[in-house]
Design a protein around this ligand. Sequence first.
Ligand code: OAK
Length: 715
Amino acid sequence: MSCLVFSLPFKEGDAALGNGGLARLSACQMDSLATLDFPAWGYGLRYQYGLFRQIIVDGFQHEQPDYWLNFGNPWEIERVQVSYAVKFYGTVEEEVSNGSNYKVWIPGETVEAVAYDNPIPGYGTRNAINLRLWAAKPSGQYDLESYNTGDYINAVVNRQKAEIISNVLYPDDRSYQGKELRLKQQYFFVSASIQDIIRRFKDVHDNFDEFTEKIALQINDTHPSLAIIEVMRVLFDEEHLGWDKAWDIVCKIFSFTTHTVQPEGLEKIPVDLMGSLLPRHLQIIYDINYKFMEELKKKFGQDYSRHARMSIVEEGAVKSIRMANLSIVCCHKVNGVSRVHFELLKTRVFKDFYDLWPLKFQYKTNGVTQRRWIVVSNPSLCAVISKWLGTEAWVRNIDLLAGLRDYASDADLQQEWRMVKKINKMRLAEYIETLSGVKVSLDAMFDVQIKRIHEYKRQLLNVLGIIHRYDCIKSMNESDRRKVVPRVCIIGGKAAPGYEIAKKIIKLCHAVAEKVNNDPGVGDLLKLIFIPDYNVSVAELVIPGSDLSQHVSTAGHEASGTGSMKFLMNGCLLLATADGSTVEIIEEIGADNMFLLGARVSEVPALRDQGASVRVPLQFVRVVRMVRDGYFGFKDYFESLCDTVENGKDFYLLGADFASYLEAQAAADLAFVNQEKWTRMSILSTSGSGRFSSDRTIEEYAEQTWGIEPCKCPF
Ligand code: OAK
């Protein structure tokens, strides 16, 4: 049995408080908010256990807890004095005050939320903003009943249960299982944050007249969307502002960004669960929905199927609250994260809502921060860029990167550029050797796919392509072999613990690597490395050392994708489908400077309709057969994986795109042989990456959605 555990040589581990692209996007946006002097705060949960650590045993993924606070966290400031009581369960009663009836929520359980502040300093400015994370602690009021009845032991045990709420991050970023603890986490986070926002506002204001001018709240996907209902509850039930005034405020302060494409990926909370945990919130949701349905009737008459599609409450075997519908109804803006995503929202995912409120819908193409993804992770490239631009100002003003375009063919820059890449490849090669024992050639093309493992992201397409390459090399004569461009194929990513097929893809990577890497007849021409425990620190090492990077999701499935932007900034060439933000990347750097493949968004439905009769190349049939026949071992285990791409079940169209994938790979080989051409393409990639800085995204949000301006620190 072989077991691989490896620690990166960095000074501290990641605070892995998110699953993937969605959370990392927020981190980039916080850096931009601080650097651009915006007065903004972020809120989140201080999980004791972040995303699991992935270890690989005999090629299989195993999960280990990530107790990241083991050695303390020097960057956070515990604010014991900033804490709020968060209520759960209980009943709703009526109360008369000043001649009016009000609802009062009598909770069944109360938990304390304690603030931990994580200052985020801007770059080149004195502005620092705050990321406030909440930790759950037992409340003084917790289970008073047991104390009173003398059940001391039970009372102490129950107090400890409170802490469970912020214990662990759910590691599956997409499936919604209607778990009570997850809903508890969401409300805990939301309630504490809203109490904090209102308290901070009330510290300097006597009434709510200026609330909508001072506060803008951005809902990052639907996970915090209960915040909308919480503000409604506080303003209506506790502040007694009246329904219309409270509703007006809510609609003005909240905006929503959706980060998904699949309608089936949208979050739904079972009504029974909501009613038991948050009884008053469920009533408010029903009231909002009732008024919304009345509005629909006025607008569309008796079109009941439209009403049913748009309703916040979904009827069915499990009656549920559709959190996306709730967010759209209550927010003044609904944002997509790329142009393709926006088109899909308008025409498919939220078509009914777009027909009703076209002006609500917008998009802000995602971006990443150059300060982390170039300056911190690639200091050598950073130095070369500053030297050739004659300034470091691009670190705050990314548009200046375009100035590199003029030197893309300059022999001196090209030489320095290649040297930087070599240094980064050396670093990566050392890392690979330490963790896997495999020595890789620096002359080989480092071809990388690192991201969460998902069927739609098609790591399987990559592995099948590697098998094809291996098969070709095996059948070549000596003179043909000499023409092969050596490749080091690197794959990394975590599979959700319960995602069987994703775990099989990881195992297949290892099984193929075992065969290929130990085949003396192949040698340096092909190596396959699976990098375990992919995380941000690993990305910082891998991205600068990559030549080519793959972003090959089936068109129409990746809302944006931000990994591609990090590679682009680091001068890696992209091998990609026209999906998510790649479509906009093509516009910036030109299709000639990348390797495009696959069906386009508009072609996918027709291909799917063809089912088993879709045209699939023989090479595809052959490589799948090799896996099925046990060429890489584990014949029975891989059978269900092969079934996902054959016999009319190839939903993600690996077979249909395979020929095009191989062509794109061949074009990459051809370009790599001509190092001048390759380096030019690489420089043009970096110089064209300016649009994909989170600084631009944040400026767009500030102007078009939040209506805020920079607020420079006066000292
Ligand atoms: C996860 C759970 C629910 C909804 C969305 C996600 C998610 O991770 N979405 C990802 O967001 C990124 C940031 O916008 C995008 O770049 C990815 O394409 C998208 O999958």
